[in-house]
Design a protein around this ligand. Structure first.
Ligand code: ADP
Length: 259
């Protein structure tokens, strides 16, 4: 039960009492739990067949290539791209259920920050012929964090930068060390975000509605998951953006002393 109240005063400013309201949110909580359970079960059930399809199509593609059936291999390769997208959507849904139930696990190790950045950026550069990912890396330091989870944040920010800048071709990725933190920014020159929507983009399932020219696929989970990961790792995540000019997504992570 949630109760809110306001103190009341008479015309002379003397306190006369409280007016309050209490709302029973039991049903709301139950609905929320049912929704979370449904997302968890549905994504778990989807994952098994998709994983199996993926294994077979990958095998099929390499068999076709070996046989020299390049046209067929090309078609299966396109299927694989879509299966990978599907897998990522399912993984995002699974991560959301883990976050809401407090089961998102972290495996922290020491790793070189710039090196991790380079690996992720190299992989992502292969996924786009149109965009050039420009590296300006100045964080040659070891940090103690979950490498895969931090990589996941970077993948989310860079794939968004690619997706939401269909008419420009440069994305600048910077790293720096400041105040005992590593700082990262991913800057694009794409559609940008309106000022009144900017605070909402890190919310679960929030998507800025597309205009007529552009409709972008997605579930509105990548930034929510990214912000939860960064918060759990003791860092901050934020965005500066101008509609029609582009966006700069940034995050920072503490550099812990190695003992
Ligand atoms: P998705 O991209 O799947 O919708 P995200 O959580 O990654 O989900 O992003 C939430 C919303 O924030 C997006 O729907 C989009 O409207 C906006 N957004 C995210 N990144 C960018 C960007 N680089 N440029 C413009 N808008 C963005």
């Amino acid at each position: 039960i949630i109760c809110t109240g306001n103190p009341q005063y008479n015309t002379h400013g003397a306190f006369t009492g409280y007016i309050g309201a209490c709302v029973d949110i039991t049903e709301l909580k139950q609905l929320q739990r049912q929704k979370d359970d449904f997302i968890g079960i549905a994504s778990h059930e989807l994952k098994t067949p998709v994983t199996s399809i993926k294994a077979y199509t990958q095998l099929l593609e390499s068999m076709m290539r070996k046989k020299g059936d390049l046209k067929e291999a090309g078609m299966i390769s396109k299927m694989n791209v879509q299966i990978n997208r599907l897998t990522m959507l399912i993984e995002d849904l699974l991560d959301v259920t883990k976050i809401t139930s407090g089961r998102l696990q972290f495996h922290q190790t020491w790793f070189n920050f710039n090196q991790m950045m380079q690996e992720v950026v190299e992989d992502l550069q292969r996924t786009t012929a149109k965009h050039t990912l420009i590296e300006d890396f100045n964080a040659d330091t070891e940090i103690y964090s979950d490498k895969d989870r931090v990589g996941q944040v970077l993948i989310n920010l860079i794939t968004n930068a690619i997706k939401y800048s269909p008419d420009s071709d440069e994305i600048i990725i910077r790293t720096a060390i400041e105040n005992n933190e590593v700082q990262v920014s991913v800057q694009d020159f794409g559609i940008g975000i309106a000022q009144d929507k900017i605070d909402k983009v890190f919310e679960q399932f929030y998507r800025v509605s597309g205009d007529k020219e552009h409709t972008f696929p997605g579930l509105g989970l990548g930034l929510y998951i990214s912000s939860e990961i960064i918060k759990r790792e003791g860092g901050k995540i934020w965005v500066d953006s101008v509609e029609g000019k582009g966006s700069k997504f940034c995050f920072s992570l503490p550099i812990k002393a190695r003992v």
